[in-house]
Design a protein around this ligand. Structure first.
Ligand code: NAD
Length: 461
């Protein structure tokens, strides 16, 4: 059963004053509301720094304040426009019935249909999905593609579920959202814990409901079912392009640049392989249960074979085992967190020894850590720019599905490279023009673009 929440609810759930519900009757109430809209910067307490929704909101508020955004548009963009919660019954292999809780949050349709992945994991929460949905809005705007942002998630442990259980859960989750997704409404994609197979099940379930095959309802599908060539590697490819650009900007050379990557899943392994192919020295790989370190460089091709053969990066003969927390603070030129949120916080930001931090994951750095990184002069390539290669190639997949005409991998890659280089330069120029760090520059660029279309469309009465 789907239960749709009308917005705004974000601030209320986050324990913040809720805006715009009723006209304040006393001066005192007015004073209470004003400081929220004119907050002096991305301030967030150390206790709250791990809440991704508050982290997103702090950066959004800072960008909006610097843009002098008018109060009405500020309120519109601050909240997701729709939040859906579903409780989905699934027949398990042992004959029992389990009920899983799932979410779909649609933040904005101002610039086009919503676009955003589906995450499966035990720690999925509404605040996390909310933050990820907003980040998708800003990310699509940074790379200037015609989508708004959304995200979905189901609280489950995909590693402990059989393929049959995952398929039944995915199909029931899709059925529960059937009225809210679609090529012109909201287009899901894979995220942590989901993959091409998950997208094939979503596509098939949606197609069965509408009575015809609609490949463009999801992206990140298998190429044989309307997926785009290059999509699997796209996020890593985008990361390798923006790292190249940062090196040029800082007068550094790939052959003299060492890299540490956290996470060896889709984003981490593809970033590692593409950077290694370009001559970068990958000296560390972190995973949730241990890390690898070799100051002379790790052969990524051999590591990929090792992982395919054994199922993990551990016991790889070409590197020494290392602590998963300490790997982040080892000396390197480029650090790429490509696993999950909140790994660079007030606790370890001061110990980082990298020159460039390129955020492959969504939300790996907390706002409190941002200030510490700035004081250390670390060049940050923020998530909404750095990992936008994935959604950009998802956009190409959606375009190709709707045309029914498919591009070569070279065509996909060339178009992706151009967008990533242009977007990197746009963010850098914004940062110089407004004297802000790269993260706030990326948010300002995005919020400005979304605010512009919101004003142009007007508010439907
Ligand atoms: P994935 O599930 O393929 O890989 C994640 C990897 O990180 C796994 O190897 C996992 O073991 C590891 N990991 C998980 N928690 C960890 C921890 N605490 N410490 C170290 N390693 C840990 O997921 P993915 O698709 O590669 O996504 C990774 C991140 O990139 C997520 O934040 C996701 O939202 C973001 N992202 C993904 C894409 C994409 O196209 N897949 C696009 C943009 C952003």
């Amino acid at each position: 059963m789907a239960e749709e929440r009308l917005v705004p609810t974000g601030a209320a759930l986050a324990g913040l004053p809720t805006l715009g519900r009723s006209r304040p009757s006393k001066d005192k109430d007015l004073k209470m509301e004003t400081p929220v809209l004119q907050a002096p910067g991305p301030t967030i307490s150390v206790e709250q720094e791990n809440n991704p929704w508050l982290a997103q909101e702090a950066r959004f508020n800072e960008a909006a304040r610097r843009l002098n955004l008018d109060a009405g548009i500020w309120k519109v963009l601050r909240y997701p426009s729709r939040e859906i919660i579903v409780h989905i019954p699934v027949a398990m292999d042992d004959g029992s019935i389990e009920v899983f809780t799932g979410y779909r949050v649609q933040h904005s349709i101002s610039r086009g249909p919503c676009k955003g992945g589906i995450r499966y994991g035990p720690d999925v929460s509404l605040d996390e999905v909310r933050a990820l949905a907003s980040w998708m809005t800003w990310k699509c705007a940074v790379v200037n593609i015609p989508f708004g942002g959304s995200k979905g998630g189901v609280i489950c442990d995909p590693k402990s579920m059989s393929q049959g259980e995952l398929e039944r859960m995915t199909r029931r989750y899709t059925a529960a959202l059937i009225d809210f997704i679609g090529p012109e409404k909201d287009v899901p994609a894979p995220d942590m814990g989901t993959n091409e197979q998950t997208m094939a099940w979503v596509m098939d379930t949606y197609s069965m409901h509408v009575g015809q095959t609609i490949t463009s309802v999801v992206t990140g599908k298998p190429v044989s079912l309307g997926g785009s060539r290059g999509r699997r590697e796209a996020t890593g490819r985008g990361i390798s392009v923006v790292v190249d650009q940062a090196l040029k900007h800082l007068n550094m050379l790939p052959s003299e640049t060492s890299v540490i990557i956290q996470g060896f899943g889709n984003v981490g392994s593809n970033s590692a392989k593409l950077l290694w192919d370009k001559g970068y020295k990958i000296i560390g790989i972190g995973e949730f249960d241990g890390a690898l370190y070799n100051p002379a460089g790790i052969d990524i091709s051999e590591l990929l074979e090792h992982k395919a053969r054994t199922g993990s990066v551990h016991h790889f003969p070409g590197a020494q085992p290392f602590d998963q927390d300490d790997i982040l603070i080892q000396k390197c030129d480029v650090l790429i967190p490509a696993a999950t949120e909140n790994v660079i916080t007030s606790h370890n930001a001061g110990k980082l020894q990298c020159r460039i931090l390129c955020e492959g994951a969504n939300g790996p750095t907390t706002p409190v850590a941002d200030d510490i990184l700035a004081s250390k002069g670390i060049f940050v390539i923020p998530d909404i720019l750095a990992n936008a290669g994935g959604v950009t190639t998802s956009y190409f997949e959606w375009v190709q599905d709707r045309m029914g005409y498919f591009w070569t991998e070279d065509e996909v890659n060339q178009r992706l490279d151009r967008i990533m280089v242009d977007s990197f330069n746009d963010v850098l120029q914004y940062s110089v023009a407004h004297s802000v760090n790269n993260r706030i520059a990326a948010y300002m660029l995005a919020v400005d673009r979304v605010a512009h279309t919101t004003r142009q469309r007007g508010i439907y009465a």
